[in-house]
Design a protein around this ligand. Structure first.
Ligand code: THU
Length: 137
């Protein structure tokens, strides 16, 4: 079992948050994922004047890892400047279930409040490949 350095991952997510492009919401989010190969992939949210095209920090980081060929995600850290820790949106929860189902998810704010959770805790009873396999068609 690989030990995860959550402190390093949190720092990477905090740095990524500074690179977020959020001129509309001014709500900057940073994310960092650790892969089984020991690499860290980061991302901030990237907004668009056509609002629905915005992509969350979590997905930027996860897609960036997958784009580099990584397939085993050990951990994901998400940082927001909020009173309580971040709460990933539903779309990101679904993407976590697909791309990093077994990872540890560290949610934290700028004051250092933390919560360690999992994709399955964040999105119980999720839709996935099993349902597609079971479909009658
Ligand atoms: N956002 C994230 O990056 N991650 C989340 O889990 C929730 C929301 C971004 C999207 C948008 O740029 C801004 O935060 C406000 O919704």
């Amino acid at each position: 079992m690989t030990l995860v350095d959550y402190e390093a991952l949190a720092t990477a997510a905090q740095n990524a948050r500074n690179l977020a492009y959020a001129p509309y919401s001014h709500f900057q989010v940073g994310a960092a994922v650790l892969t089984a190969s020991g690499k860290i992939f980061c991302g901030g949210n990237i907004e668009n004047a056509a609002y629905p095209l915005t992509i969350c920090a979590e997905r930027v980081a996860l897609y960036s890892a997958y784009a580099a060929g990584e397939r085993e995600i050990l951990a994901l850290a998400v940082v927001t400047d909020t009173d309580d820790v971040a709460s990933p949106c539903g779309a990101c929860r679904q993407v976590m279930i697909e791309l990093s189902p077994q990872c540890g998810v560290l949610l934290l704010n700028m004051q250092g409040h933390q919560r360690l959770t999992t994709p399955h805790e964040l999105l119980p009873h999720s839709f996935g490949a099993t349902q597609l396999d079971e479909a009658h068609r």
